[in-house]
Design a binder for this molecule. Structure first.
Ligand code: UDP
Length: 325
């Protein structure tokens, strides 16, 4: 099986590469290394049939050529992280809209089954208990840059879905809910690696807003194995499927847990959203997934709780630290 992973040097993409290589796939990664790194691929670079291509999903000919050679495509390349989106809105929009169009159009032209990674951001401010795949989207004004990511990903889903249903080429859309784990960087905003990094350095742990906003963090080790399973499940084609964890926590609660589990002396500080992200920023108060569709389709059952997740990130960072001379 020849498999193309766009964004394969990123956090989720690189774990998917590990998983696919372990299952005997010959994997090609297309990544522009804007937020990913080749270190993330250290475990697979020398695997049989593994190829790394440094390039941009906006390069239509490059994408078309790579898709034509593949038996299956996982499209994870995207501009990610709240800071990336807010700091580079135009570039992020182009990548997330036209990049996905390029991948999907190539997949359909060459009849290659494809998965498009989407996000719980598409639900926007809908804070219903247990967001199901058919839940409404509730967005703030388009002039608030935060919503551009949700809007682009919503359109990506439509592009994937309409092409998939018109062409009959198998297509799966996955919606990731705050997926976290080793290799995720806090540089672009994501809260768990930021808190772990701050706590391990005994620096202040920076809660934005009141800290009462709630999230449900999913482990990358629970989510990644679900991806090839969905690709092998015809009932999953042309639908969006939620993937995430079970344990909900407030951001203040997360900060406390991280400080406790790392044995840190960090204090917890509070920063206004405006100071953290710039003017006019909006956050969502709550986001909790209903993953019963994934459960029904592939028996998806997340097994890692928040403590497990935090420990796995801390262990990974400790192992990566240079040993003092
Ligand atoms: N957050 C925080 N401190 C940080 C980074 C993020 O308190 O250093 C908050 C952020 O405002 C949000 C939550 O943590 O309420 C989750 O943020 P993240 O960017 O990880 O994911 P998302 O907002 O997409 O759920």
């Amino acid at each position: 099986m020849k498999t193309l992973v766009t964004g394969g040097a990123g956090f989720i993409g690189s774990h998917l590469c590990d998983h696919l290589v372990a299952r005997g796939h010959h994997v090609t990664v297309l990544d522009d290394l804007s937020t990913g790194t080749t270190e993330n691929l250290a475990g697979v670079l020398d695997a049989p049939g593994f190829t790394f291509v440094h390039g941009d999903i906006l390069d239509r000919d490059l994408v078309d050529g790579l898709v034509a050679e593949a038996d299956c495509v996982y499209h994870l390349a995207a501009a990610v992280g709240v800071h990336t989106i807010v700091d580079n809105p135009l570039r992020s929009l182009r990548t997330n809209l036209h990049g996905t169009e390029n991948v999907v159009e190539a997949a359909v032209a060459h009849k290659v089954p494809y998965m498009v990674a989407s996000t719980s951001e598409v639900y926007g401010k809908n804070d219903t208990d247990g967001l199901r795949e058919d839940a409404d989207r509730i967005y703030g004004s388009p002039t608030k840059s935060r919503w551009s990511y949700a809007a682009a990903k919503g359109l990506d889903e439509l592009v994937a879905y309409v092409h998939g249903s018109q062409s009959g080429v198998p297509c799966v859309i996955t919606r990731f809910f705050n997926v976290v784990g080793p290799r995720q960087t806090g540089r672009y905003g994501m809260v768990v690696p930021r808190f772990v990094g701050q706590a391990m350095a005994d620096e202040p742990v920076t809660v934005y807003g009141s800290g009462t906003q709630r999230r449900c963090f999913g482990s990358v080790f629970d989510v990644v194995p679900a991806l090839p399973k969905l690709m092998e499940t015809p009932e999953a084609y042309n639908r969006a499927v939620n993937l995430g964890g079970r344990e909900e926590v407030s951001i203040k609660g997360l900060a406390d847990r991280v400080v406790e589990l790392t044995g840190s002396t960090s204090v917890i500080t509070y920063t206004d959203y405006e100071e953290a992200y710039g003017e006019g920023y909006e956050d969502m108060q709550r986001r909790y997934p209903d993953t019963s569709l994934a459960q029904r389709l592939i028996g998806f059952e997340p097994t890692r709780g928040l403590d497990d997740i935090i420990h796995s990130i801390v262990d990974h960072r400790r192992a990566a630290r240079p040993v003092p001379a």
